[in-house]
Write a protein that binds this ligand. Structure first.
Ligand SMILES: [Zn+2]
Length: 313
């Protein structure tokens, strides 16, 4: 993949950041949030199971109800549950009334979804959409799977398991995790890099990939806020944090895009020599110099900026 395309996409993003022309917050379209028992738990209990490495923990009986059982030898995680007791109280009029009182807390054992087996869970049957560049993940031996969404995180890349978990169909999240995977392959001591650096590299790469191969760039606002958050950790502005890691981002992108078959290439292969193609896609770039880019005359029809490619012969 031409380096020019990478540079072009990065410049455009930085320009947006610099000029403040970033769209307002756009919510990611998450998978329907599964109604997990743990969704209703206290913050502390949810933190507790998160540290234990799961998004779904339930009691022994709760697992049985959904046709699963806890694997032998699995260790329980203890959550704190309120102990409510019924008690007869006297009301203002001196009449006896049944009420409830919080008598304290007790520890209840729950088990991680990962430590159970049996019937598949609803969210395990969620299908991921065909994501661009997913072949790249496969080529690197990375397993890409759907995970339950909980509005706290949208995806992860687990280095030790070589696994990408996605709680959203949003391609920008997949690109973010794929960028971590690429970065890990390039950096000498990936684990030792500060988290702000890893996150800015991943998010800037993802924003660039959305421009190069993605269908939309509407999440640039989210990227900006994400980068600003991590840049603050390095006591840096978003733009200067991006500039600091720009060369790493280019390497990350070039590794991902090396010999990648982009949707655009497939379209171009099919076109007769004199054909004009209207592509409702972000910057197709100058991968093939025989094509000249210009604005699509159908702009007013589609309502979104598009490009036409005219083969010069
Ligand atoms: Zn990340």
């Amino acid at each position: 993949m031409a380096n020019g395309k990478v540079k072009e996409a990065l410049d455009a993003i930085l320009e947006c950041f610099e000029s403040g022309r970033i769209p307002e917050a756009v919510a990611y379209s998450v998978f329907p949030v599964p109604d997990l028992p743990s969704s209703k738990w206290s913050f502390l209990n949810r933190i507790n199971i998160f540290i234990a490495g799961t998004a779904d923990a339930r009691g022994f009986r709760q697992w049985k109800e959904v046709g699963r059982h806890v694997k032998k030898g699995s260790k329980a995680i203890y959550i704190l549950v309120p102990r409510i007791i019924k008690r007869e109280n006297l009301n203002e009029k001196g009449e006896k009334e049944e009420g409830v009182t919080l008598a304290g807390f007790m520890a209840r054992p729950v088990f991680r979804m990962e430590d159970t087996e049996g019937e598949p869970l609803d969210y395990q049957q969620i299908q991921l959409p065909p994501l661009p560049l997913i072949e790249k993940a496969k080529k690197w031996g990375i397993c890409v799977k759907a995970i339950p969404g909980d509005h706290r995180y949208y995806g992860y890349f687990c280095q030790s398991k070589q696994e990408i978990g996605l709680a959203t169909k949003e391609e920008s999240v997949f690109f973010h995790e794929l960028a971590h995977a690429s970065h890990q392959r390039l950096a000498v001591e990936f684990e030792k890099l500060p988290s702000w650096e890893k996150e800015v590299v991943a998010e800037l790469s993802a924003a660039a990939l959305c421009r190069i191969v993605g269908k939309s760039t509407e999440h640039l606002g989210n990227s900006y806020r994400y980068i600003r958050h991590y840049a603050a950790e390095a006591k840096s502005s978003p733009v200067s944090a991006c500039l600091q890691v720009l060369s790493q981002v280019e390497e990350v992108l070039n590794l991902i895009l090396a010999d990648a078959k982009l949707p655009l290439d497939e379209v171009l292969d099919l076109l007769p020599a004199t054909e004009i193609a209207c592509l409702n896609q972000a910057a197709p770039g100058g991968a093939r110099d025989q094509w000249q880019r210009s604005r699509c005359p159908h702009d007013h029809l589609h309502g979104i900026p598009s490009m036409i490619l005219v083969r010069q012969s």
